[in-house]
Design a binder for this molecule. Structure first.
Ligand SMILES: [Zn+2]
Length: 259
């Protein structure tokens, strides 16, 4: 197999988060030859009102693997439990081990402020792992057996759900990716999460799971005059590279909002 020119890692809290919030961008990168990895802190053990935690987690792990496969990619899990996952030593070591194993060229995660605590934990862990993976003397837990990465890589946040912070203030992303040409492949990838899709479909009589994703992406698109878009902001804190790797990879599909 020819090695991929680049590798993207989406590190999120739950199965379906990456597919929902940046699945279009992952499709565009995959089309350009990028290797796609999606990692989740948990397997979504609270994602059902009927199945047991173990049963739904097993089901959702299979769904996440199927979704990643539609991108020619791989799914990883860090073994946490929904609503019981923290930015602690164990999860930090697991996140750094993941970075050292996958060795991504860029990382995508949740916005630091979001409606759901697990999302904020995932964001903090992704930021910590990107910063720490190159540090040779960080040898905690499973990270110890893996060589440090070459350096800190660009880190991007997709927007918070609903595009607002805790106070209802609008969060405008640094830039938006035109995903109009891949909205149906994105829907197909998201649709692999059948356990989440089916109960909503039963409940509402419409394909609410897919429709909601399209509605959020239409709203993001409206900000920059596109049918469908996904918004991203780059982490620009000290020591993080400002190289616009994602913008350059998707040249021609990137729009900046009016400021
Ligand atoms: Zn989530």
């Amino acid at each position: 197999m020819t090695p991929s020119p680049h590798t993207v890692l989406a590190l999120c809290a739950h199965p379906d988060d990456a597919e929902f919030r940046c699945g279009g961008t992952l499709h565009l990168l995959a089309q350009r030859g990028w290797a796609v990895h999606i990692a989740t802190l948990t397997c979504g053990d609270c994602g059902s009102a009927e199945a047991t935690p173990n049963a739904i987690a097993t089901c959702r792990r299979a769904e996440a693997e199927a979704a990643a496969a539609t991108l020619g990619g791989q799914h990883h899990t860090l073994g946490g439990l929904d609503l019981q996952v923290f930015d602690d030593n164990g999860m930090r070591a697991a996140a750094v081990a993941l970075l050292r194993e996958v060795r991504p060229d860029l990382v995508i995660t949740h916005f630091p402020v979001d409606y759901m605590p697990d999302h904020e934990v995932a964001s903090a862990l992704a930021r910590m792992a990107v910063f720490t993976a190159p540090i040779p003397n960080y040898v905690a837990g499973p990270s110890a057996s893996l060589p440090p990465t070459a350096g800190v890589v660009p880190l991007y946040y997709f927007g918070p759900l609903g595009g607002v912070d805790y106070f209802g203030n609008t969060i405008t992303s640094h830039f938006y990716v035109d995903i109009s040409e891949v909205i149906e492949p994105k829907a197909e990838t998201l649709g692999c999460h059948a356990s989440q899709r089916d109960w909503l479909r039963r409940q509402h009589g419409i394909d609410q799971y897919i429709e909601e994703m399209k509605q959020w992406d239409r709203e993001a698109g409206r900000i920059v005059g596109l049918p469908y878009a996904e918004g991203f902001s780059m982490h620009k804190g000290h020591s993080f590279p400002h190289t616009p790797m994602l913008e350059e990879a998707l040249d021609g599909l990137v729009r900046h909002p009016a400021r």
